[in-house]
Design a protein around this ligand. Structure first.
Ligand SMILES: [Zn+2]
Length: 258
């Protein structure tokens, strides 16, 4: 199948050939030959960075826009202090969320991961290490990371995660291969809370409440102290506005485990 990425590659090669011809025939400056490749690199870079581009991996970004329902997700945990605090808030309001956990951190906080599942939340896969160089790994090594995290969840809960969120939201051809081989469903987001960047809680809350719309998948991090306090106010806002916070599997109508 001709994917958009393959199409871009083809266009780059064709455009380079045209440039080589034009430079020889019409004496265009030689550096023009590099333009198609530079454009290709910029497009690929943007496509890798923006998960919504779907250039390499078709990620699910939101649910149906027709009903006032949203799902909330937390990345990068389990965190020894903030994850239990978030679980307490969720329990208080009887809200179910999804936690995209890092395998290595699950290994250190097994009880918190088990508690998350026991309390009715979904645990998804967010790679084993979430290393800075994850996106430079081979497809095989990415696959090893995904499997390792799936395995530790399955070993301790009997559940094999089906949902995967790429570390940093970055995708590329190697990750596309690893996701296909591990049969994972890639989950993006439609509303990024920016809770790792915005430290002022009022601003953070204002940002999310002003942008939230039906079908949204909201991205938080359970590694941030600020998220815990904002979460309660956000849930209150949703209840007040008649926005229902539902589990992710229900919002996107896909099963969370194999
Ligand atoms: Zn992350």
């Amino acid at each position: 199948m001709l994917t958009f990425y393959r199409f871009l590659q083809l266009m780059m090669v064709l455009a380079t050939a045209v440039m080589v011809f034009a430079c020889r025939e019409y004496f265009w400056p030689l550096w023009y030959i590099g333009i198609p490749f530079a454009v290709f690199l910029i497009l690929v870079g943007l496509g890798s960075y923006f998960i919504w581009s779907g250039l390499f991996v078709k990620a699910i970004l939101h649910g149906s826009r027709k009903e006032p329902k949203i799902a909330i997700t937390f990345d990068d945990g389990p965190h020894p202090i903030h994850t239990p605090a978030i679980l307490n808030v969720l329990k208080k309001y009887n809200v179910k969320a999804t936690f995209f956990c890092v395998g290595e951190r699950i290994d250190e906080q097994l009880d918190i991961m088990k508690q998350t599942i026991d309390e009715g939340h979904i645990v998804g896969n967010h790679s084993w290490q979430h290393g800075l160089w994850f996106d430079f790994k081979s497809a095989h090594n990415m696959q090893v990371e995904i499997n390792r995290t799936n395995h530790i969840v399955q070993q301790h809960t009997g559940l094999l995660p089906h949902f995967f969120r790429p570390p940093y939201g970055v995708t590329n051809p190697n990750l596309a291969k690893a996701i296909k081989n591990t049969n994972m469903v890639t989950i993006g987001w439609s509303l990024r809370s920016m809770d790792t960047v915005i430290k002022n809680e009022d601003r953070l809350l204002k940002r999310i409440t002003s942008k939230i719309k039906a079908g949204d998948i909201v991205l938080f991090h359970d590694t941030q102290a600020g998220t815990v306090s904002v979460l309660e106010a956000f849930i209150n806002h949703c209840q007040h506005k008649g926005i229902q916070i539902v589990p992710l599997d229900e919002l996107i109508e896909k099963s969370a485990y194999e």
